[in-house]
Design a protein. Sequence first.
Length: 552
Amino acid sequence: MYEMKKTNVEQHVHILDCTLRDGAYIIDAHFGAPALKGIIKRMQDANIEIIECGWLKNQPYEEGTSFFHVPGDIEPYILEKKAGCIYTVMIDWDRYDLDNLPACDHKTIDAVRVVFPYGKHHEGIRVGKQIEDKGYDVFYQAANTLAYSDVDLRELAAEVNQTKARAISIVDTFGAMYHKDLDRIMHVLDEELRDDIAIGFHSHNNQQLSFALSIHFVEQMLASSDRTIIVDASLCGMGRGAGNATTELIANYLNRNQLGHYDMDMIMDAIDTYMNPFQEKYTWGYSTPYFIAGMYCCHVNNIAYLIKNHRTSAKDMRNIIESLKPDDRRKYDYDLLEQKYIENQSRQVDDRQALEQLRKAVAGRNVLLIAPGKSVNEQKGTIRSYIKDNNPVIIDVNAVTVHYPVDYLFLINKTRYDYARDVYAAVFHNTKKILLSNIKSEAGIDELVVRFDRVMKTGWEHFDNAVICCLRLLILLQVMNVALAGFDQFEEGYNTSYADETLPTLQGKYSAEKINKELKQMFDEFCLTNKENMSIEFVTESGFGKEPGGIQ
């Protein structure tokens, strides 16, 4: 058995490396067998005191992941247990069937961390007691500890004192804490908990404070307490959303202050060998959107949804999250979030005059939509011939193409609006603009503002595609004949899909195959719904319809 009692300074402060557990959110736990083995081995060799190997889940185990079904699934990845090192996993208090958990034999894990949300500590501690009965040591994680009042904290401590708990951690779930918040919580817990129960701190970096708060936690606890303290950290800060305190920074800080003897070469080796490939493929860490989550104590899934599905601007994201009730911010109700997004984007504007002006401009004429695909560069002759033969109303869709005498610039998001204004200033200022109300609610010179909700139809992940939105606008304007140019399929290299390769990226990480399939479904649905009212001709090749010259 291991001991966690203070016998010297170095044993008083422990690092708990949670790379394989918190990092699982980023890659759906698919670290691969080499990384699982290598990270555990390097953390052992670096003298990290506690290694969190992953999660216990009800689902059958998939090799190479850190979502384990039973402790025995971990055995192939611990090459040789190191004396004095604690191996642990985490369970959600209500998402793991303890009938699956065998009695502890210390061949793999020694302890289980039980995480429970605010308001569920009674239930979480009951689960912990059942785990204790199976011979495991139990570490509690009080998620969203910031929500606990002093009375709540005393009640929590009193109940934990009635168990065999080895530790309880303060958890800054939403990355919303400041120093005074942490001071309040840790001092109440330090006063109320039994001396043999360690206090830990698990931070999130939404406000760029993970490292600073972790240092503050260590210094304040050392100054006021003799109990063991634990700092959670992960390699490169790998973790959901804004990520965590970084193992390498915490280890170096403790070394420099004679509070630990961590082998920094082993930690750097783990980063070079196993973490760099993940950093090349995945994104985590501080960002403005996750700062907004910290501002409002908001669950990161809400932020991730707005980023993934709508490329929402920081200003709009803040307003959307602010519009949620505090309880709703801590959850993630995607239907409610979608409703709030639409409400935010559909600013109240009277667009009747703008629509009437547009109807007069397109009445009885063909309309050519020039999308930003690179075929508008490659097939200039074809497009110019169509323009010469048909004299259409020409609309650039969500980008300036420069090669053609357009009548309108149709823009559906602020990023593209700003880019067109700044990069193509002359064209922008000399062209009439059709803007959706999510960009601005009051029209400027040569601008017509149309309500966002008139041209949006939800039900798809990428429902705000500019071409589809423009087609819906043309239906409102009773246009019967539309030609499309530059409506190209996406390529895996996102910006290589565009005529202007510096056009601001709106999708983030994405699958070209997936988005093309979805856009094809959206386009086909539009055509089927409006086949009696509009014919669509492709001037340039497109994977979304028939060959050039054909009628959809």
